[in-house]
Design a protein around this ligand. Structure first.
Ligand SMILES: *Cc1c(COP(=O)(O)O)cnc(C)c1O
Length: 397
């Protein structure tokens, strides 16, 4: 039988090594559980980085994809299909987008960011303001707005005129946004920075400043959208309406699909025929998957469910945990003196998949369908996981 270590040996000989050595070779999943090729089961508290919103093997998603694959997987953008139109309409409805809004479908988050950058160029301006700690993607346009130097610097020069300001700093934002600003890009909760929230006041200030200076406010909901925080979109809790929003991750429940949403006729009219495109974007297979995800969230009242189950993570009072951050089912557990990599490894040993999002914090982003019992199972196991991690980290140092 082929083992995980056999496969990782082959991985090392066949793949570009940008991801280092993967932790596991996964074979299958059911609900919130995944199984590796050696037959070990894990509770999936990461869901493919906030992607598998309905967990694994959800019948609504499986049936929608299977049925759509039988009729049409791809039609090109010389043509369109009902799933694409229906998904765009549904996204606009849950976005509370005004009349004249629109959707452009891409295949990933970074492509949605690229579309938003091109949209911003159509204001006639080129300066972009982004936040320290931001993550907007890895393609060269999106990378210019991604703050982490280690991601950006090996590929410079990137597109110019991007300035970074510290999040939740009103004065810095006020100083940075002016009449030359094309767009301000924000994540309502910075996932990759360790689940760090922008305050509602800061988002409202961002809205006021961009409106006053004729700049676009672009909200990156690639990680926070599609019910992850207990609202359809995280920015909705602050009451703001952006000019544009980017989506991906949870939208297809695991099938790759991204989207740029433009709010209102002015933003929507910025990109005209021939100015942008994609071969695969808006294909009926991905759009059927997106419709199944949105239908299921609505039918099974998953927004309420996310708020209720997520509340288990409001306060985690365990020795070794300094505190928690985030909303709904996008959370960080800040550790007190134990390296997150050691805790991630100990959790994996104990049968739980979590993510060491920063050296001192774990990220939890389980499927939206996780039950209270499943999440409580992790919390019950956490003290022993932290003990094991403390011992392992002590032995290693
Ligand atoms: C994941 C992510 C992206 C990039 O999405 P990809 O599909 O990996 O290209 C951009 N922005 C945010 C906030 C993300 O979490």
């Amino acid at each position: 039988m082929t083992t995980g270590s056999d496969l990782l040996g082959r991985y090392a000989g066949a793949m570009v090594q940008v991801f280092g050595t993967p932790q596991l070779v996964l074979a299958s999943g059911q609900g919130c559980w995944v199984t590796d090729v050696d037959g070990r089961r894990y509770l999936d508290l990461l869901s493919g980085i906030a992607v598998n919103a309905l967990g694994h093997g959800h019948p609504a998603l499986v049936q929608a994809v299977a049925k759509q694959a039988e009729s049409a997987i791809h039609v090109s953008n010389f043509f369109t299909s009902e799933p694409a139109i229906a998904l765009a309409e549904r996204i606009l409805a849950i976005s509370a987008a005004p009349a004249g809004s629109g959707v452009f479908f891409a295949n990933s988050g970074t492509e949605a960011t690229e579309a938003a950058i091109k949209l911003s160029r159509r204001t006639g301006r080129t300066r972009i303001v982004a936040l320290e700690g931001s993550f907007h993607g890895r393609t060269t346009g999106a990378l210019a707005l991604t703050h982490k130097a280690a991601y950006r610097e090996p590929f410079e020069p990137l597109i110019p005129e991007v300035v970074f300001v510290p999040p939740n700093d009103a004065d810095a934002l006020q100083a940075a946004v002016d009449d030359t600003t094309a767009a301000l890009f924000v994540e309502p909760i910075q996932g990759e920075a360790g689940v760090r929230e922008l305050t509602a006041d800061y988002l409202r200030l961002a809205r006021r400043l961009t409106t006053a200076h004729g700049a676009l406010l672009v909200v990156d909901e690639i990680q926070t959208g599609i019910g992850r925080t207990g609202d359809w979109f995280a920015h909705q809790a602050s009451g703001i309406v952006p000019d544009a929003m980017t989506l991906a991750k949870g939208l297809g429940g695991g099938v790759p699909v991204g989207a740029l949403v433009t709010f209102g006729p002015e933003a929507t009219a910025l990109l005209t025929a021939g100015q942008h495109g994609t071969t695969f974007g808006g294909n009926p297979l991905a759009c059927a998957a997106g419709l199944a995800v949105l239908d299921t969230i609505e039918r099974d009242r998953l927004l309420e469910h996310v708020r209720r189950v997520g509340a288990l993570l409001d306060g985690v009072h365990v020795a070794g945990v300094a505190g928690t951050r985030g909303r709904g089912l996008l959370r960080a557990v800040e550790l007190d003196g134990i390296p997150s990599s050691a805790v991630m490894a100990a959790a994996r040993e104990a049968g739980f998949i979590v993510n060491a999002v920063t050296p001192t914090a774990l990220r939890l982003a389980p499927p939206l369908v996780i039950s209270e019992e499943e999440l409580q199972g992790f919390l019950d196991a956490l003290p022993a996981i932290l003990d094991a991690a403390r011992t392992a980290a002590g032995a290693a140092s």
